[in-house]
Design a protein around this ligand. Structure first.
Ligand SMILES: Nc1nc2c(ncn2[C@@H]2O[C@H](COP(=O)(O)OP(=O)(O)OP(=O)(O)O)[C@@H](O)[C@H]2O)c(=O)[nH]1
Ligand SMILES: [Mg+2]
Length: 318
């Protein structure tokens, strides 16, 4: 397995693995980010850790795997757990696997960030709230506050949603602009137990470069093709080699139908070329080195409807 990318070295004096805890005791805990699809959970995770470790797109169901993003300061380490958007409508094997991933990610957490969109709250949101174990404090995070045309509408909305649950805290913010995200971090610290850090101070995620490479490529597929392809697409890494600072990566975009393959490749291969170079640029930024990326498109009929195929393609709860 390839190693996970790390944060650039901190200045001398910063908290490091094995260093004695600062006064008052070091705090560390698991904080799950949950919500219905597309509310901005992954955008928030990236904003919180200051690096793009989780992929995002305007299409729902972008996140398919549990992934952690780590934020370490001198006093605390917050381990954020990103989760897929919870599905309430009936779906196939893939949807069921994603929902199992959400439930699994809620085990053993110290705090839940329940993310909703400013001005929108419905049955789909309520269903997610019901998944959080009773003993876990829940922070209501009202995201996309930048989209609210009349700020005066925020207060009545907060009051309405606050009736749904005894929330530990309520924080309106914008993951996109970063407004009030610092406030959320301050609020979280009080809910973490005193314990030593789970990860090294320079670690930003639990996922390997190999996993992240597949995700970045999948993100470009999600972002650059129409509605019908993304749900039928997944990515596998066929080869990942490190040669000094150069990474040679061979990847396959797996789709369900020949028609989808044609869309991903595009006329004269233009679409695939654009997808691959955008993915390569993101990989180079995250891994901090040059990447040679070769991408194929393969058809595997009905992969998303088969539990066995899902497991073979790397879905933990397939
Ligand atoms: N205007 C605005 N858009 C946002 C904000 N946060 C996220 N978005 C957008 O909302 C869309 C969904 O963002 P994601 O972070 O992928 O949402 P998610 O909840 O992780 O979605 P799934 O993984 O599919 O459940 C993207 O187009 C984001 O750019 C925000 O604060 N303001
Ligand atoms: Mg997501």
């Amino acid at each position: 397995m390839t190693a996970a990318p790390r944060r650039p070295a901190r200045p001398a004096g910063a908290h490091a693995r094995g260093a004695p805890p600062p006064e008052g005791g070091f705090r560390c805990g698991l904080v799950a980010i949950v919500g219905r699809p597309n509310v901005g959970k992954s955008t928030l995770l990236n904003r919180l850790v200051g690096q793009k470790v989780s992929i995002t797109s305007a299409k729902p169901q972008t996140t398919r795997h549990r992934l952690v993003g780590i934020l370490t300061s001198a006093a605390a380490q917050i381990v954020f757990v990103d989760t897929p958007g919870f599905q309430t409508r009936e779906g196939g094997a893939l949807n069921r696997a994603l929902n199992r991933t959400v439930r699994g990610a809620l085990e053993g957490i110290d705090l839940a960030l329940f993310v909703v969109e400013a001005g929108r709250f419905g049955a789909q949101d309520r269903a997610v709230l019901d998944l959080v174990p009773r003993s876990v404090p829940v922070v209501l995070v009202v995201n996309k506050s930048d989209t609210l045309r009349e700020p005066a509408r925020m207060l009545p909305f907060l009051e309405r949603v606050a009736r749904e649950h005894a929330f530990a805290e309520v924080v309106p913010l914008s993951a996109r602009t970063g407004r009030q995200v610092g406030e959320l971090v301050r609020v979280i610290a009080g809910y973490l137990p005193e314990q030593p850090p789970l990860y090294g101070a320079d670690e930003i995620t639990d996922r390997s470069e190999r996993f992240l490479a597949a995700e970045l490529l999948r993100e470009k597929v999600f972002r650059s093709v129409g509605e019908e392809v993304p749900y039928g697409a997944t990515v596998v890494i066929d080869r990942f080699e490190e040669d000094g600072r150069l990474r040679r990566i061979h990847a396959s975009i797996v789709v369900e139908k020949p028609g989808q393959k044609a869309i991903v490749i595009g006329e004269g291969g233009e679409k695939l070329k654009a997808i691959a170079s955008a993915a390569r640029r993101d990989m180079e930024a995250l891994f901090g080195g040059k990447v040679f990326l070769e991408v194929w498109v393969r058809v595997r009929k009905g992969w998303s409807g088969s539990a066995a195929e899902l497991r073979r393609l790397g879905y933990e709860h397939g």
